[in-house]
Design a protein. Structure first.
Length: 220
């Protein structure tokens, strides 16, 4: 099994060195490139073909949000884990909407970053605890407001069972766990997952989880 190829994008050299030190202690992770600004991050993504980018948000040239948006559009298979100094819900929401698979604040520590990297490589969304609490509350408030108003067309197309499956998927449950919980076959769960992704026009479990969190459909 080949190593996870990681690119670091951060305008502070000391931070890049610290991140490299944390990541390369893991035997299956290698840092293949380092970018000091947004423009260089885009170029090195093309050149080094990373599996995952650890993305600072406040970079010169292009910020991490715009770089993430462009990377996820041009290279859908590349995962992005965002790093930020602050637990700002607006920035976190913008990063998730841009396509990030994880969000970790810099004060959280190396273990938290490694959890995010490994979750992203499993096609799961990972939010550090500080951000998870904030985003779940934002999603709850948005979901309440949407229920007061007319539901969005895509959401209206989900049946009751599909909504139940989406909620359990966003809670990190496996197909087997969901099947047991809903008393249906695991193959039926997978069929529901495919239908949900088609109806919502999303392409990964991480994107499904992001949709559920931002639209008040995740458990809380």
């Amino acid at each position: 099994m080949r190593n996870i190829r990681v690119m670091l994008a951060d305008d502070h050299r000391i931070m890049r060195e610290a991140l490299r030190s944390v990541l390369e202690q893991e035997p299956d992770i290698e840092v293949v490139a380092e970018a000091k600004d947004g423009i260089e991050a885009l170029r090195l993504t093309d050149e080094s073909a990373p599996d995952l980018i650890v993305m600072d948000i406040g970079m010169p040239g292009l910020d991490g949000i715009e770089v993430t948006r462009r990377v996820c559009k041009a290279h859908p298979a590349v995962k992005v884990v965002a790093l930020s100094t602050y637990s700002d819900r607006r920035i976190a929401q913008q990063m998730l909407e841009a396509g990030a698979s994880g969000y970790v604040i810099k004060s959280a520590g190396g273990d938290e970053l490694l959890r995010a990297v490994r979750a992203a490589m499993r096609d799961e969304l990972y939010l550090c605890p500080e951000i998870a609490g904030i985003m779940t509350e934002v999603g709850r408030m948005r979901g309440t407001e949407q229920r007061r108003q007319r539901k969005r067309p895509m959401e209206r197309r989900l049946g009751q069972r599909e909504r139940e499956v989406l909620q359990l998927l966003s809670d990190g449950r496996t197909a087997a766990e969901i099947a047991a919980r809903l008393n249906i076959a695991a193959t039926t769960v997978e069929a529901h997952r495919r239908n949900i992704m088609r109806k919502l026009d999303v392409h990964s479990t991480a994107q499904l989880t992001t949709y559920a969190i931002l639209n008040g459909l995740a458990p809380h």
